[in-house]
Design a protein around this ligand. Structure first.
Ligand SMILES: Nc1ncnc2c1ncn2[C@@H]1O[C@H](COP(=O)(O)OP(=O)(O)OP(=O)(O)O)[C@@H](O)[C@H]1O
Ligand SMILES: [Mg+2]
Length: 341
């Protein structure tokens, strides 16, 4: 795990142009999954590439675990940073196993260690072992992305930079890979910077989101805060904040339960109520709450109760929504009772 601190980090490609990244400052805590979100051309890729020094900043500083990135030899820096990109960047003439082994080989790992690591990674990203001999063109887009992810993880870097890694995939494959990334992150606790311009992907994955606009940070906050307290019109429009039911569908039960994906287990037996899962969206949760005629429902993860989601939680997040649903049921697909208080 590594900590990343940017102070007034700037990249100006030419004297005539405006900075692509304009004096941005932020701190990423060790083990956080940060999503960089913003429209095309706002500077996401440029920011990412300054972190592994594919681009040298023209201003400001970047500290990695307290050390100025400029003071580190580039090779040493990149060893600690895995990089996965949208077009996967796989070498077409190398087999899957050779692609995964590129960095370990550069680092001079012994053959058996590379073998073992390759098997471990194929398993981690959900590819069968007999794929190791295939060439990239013999894989589907989603499978190529998995190999790209395995390759980025190969040398066990503390930091992962991921630039729209799932951008080219269909919705189902994409959502499966998002789940797997979250699963992997729960095991490995990397410090991850993940670029996307898809708000739903951002809300689903992020511990915190950096919203960028024109090279600047418009807001750096939790998914919940981005949706419920957008700092300006730009963020509001980006998240469609005036459409309350859409906002509910974008937030997870875990986000509404409070900090962290897993709160401490609550005491008490699980009644025979329809349980919610942390990854369920809040629109579904509202439907379940209203359908059951309950003011709270248990949230179950891995067979354990991790908290209770209450109507009050939802009301606190989106006051208008509950009021609207209470007044008339036709704003959403809610069957059953009106909310109890
Ligand atoms: N190598 C370069 N030389 C000159 N200008 C560049 C270079 N790379 C990026 N830019 C400019 O910097 C700005 C930010 O580009 P960047 O690639 O960081 O955007 P982005 O947010 O990643 O966009 P997208 O979502 O389309 O990938 C753009 O105006 C772009 O034209
Ligand atoms: Mg980009």
């Amino acid at each position: 795990m590594s900590m990343i601190i940017a102070e007034s980090l700037t990249k100006q490609f030419s004297r005539e142009s405006r900075p692509a990244v304009d004096a941005v400052s932020f701190t990423v805590e060790p083990g956080e999954l940060i999503v960089l979100l913003g429209p095309s051309g706002c500077g996401k890729t440029t920011l990412l590439k300054m972190i592994n020094r594919l681009y040298e900043p023209t201003g400001g500083t970047l500290l990695i675990d307290g050390v100025d990135a400029r003071s580190l030899p580039v090779t040493q820096l990149r060893r600690r940073i895995g990089y996965a990109i949208q077009q996967t960047g796989l070498f077409p003439h190398l087999r899957v196993e050779q692609n995964i082994a590129v960095v370990p080989q550069l680092l001079g790992w012994a053959r058996p260690r590379i073998e073992a690591r390759t098997n471990e990674l194929l398993d981690l990203v959900g590819l069968p072992c007999d794929f190791r001999g295939r060439y990239p063109h013999q894989l589907s887009g989603g499978q190529q992305q998995r190999v790209g992810l395995a390759r980025a993880l190969a040398a066990d870097p503390a930091i992962m930079l991921m630039d729209e890694p799932f951008g080219a995939l269909d919705a189902i494959t994409r959502s499966r890979l998002q789940d797997e990334l979250l699963g992997i992150q729960r095991k490995l606790h990397k410090t991850i910077l993940f670029v996307t311009h898809d708000i739903e992907e951002a809300l689903r994955l992020a511990d915190r989101i950096i919203v960028m606009n024109d090279g600047r940070i418009a807001q750096f906050d939790t998914p919940l805060a981005i949706l419920t307290c957008p700092s300006n019109r730009f963020v509001e429009q980006l998240t469609g904040a005036n459409d309350v039911l859409r906002r509910l569908s974008l937030l997870t039960v875990a986000a509404a339960l409070g900090h962290g994906r897993r709160s401490a287990a609550a005491a008490g037996a699980v009644a025979d109520l329809p349980p919610l899962r942390p990854q369920d969206d809040l629109r579904f949760a509202l439907t379940q709450l209203l359908g059951a005629g309950e003011s709270s429902l248990p949230v179950i993860d891995d067979g354990r109760e991790v908290g209770q989601l209450t109507l009050a939680d939802l009301r606190a997040i989106l006051p208008q929504t509950i009021a609207a649903v209470g007044a008339s049921q036709d704003g959403c697909n809610v069957a059953g009772a009106a909310p109890q208080t």
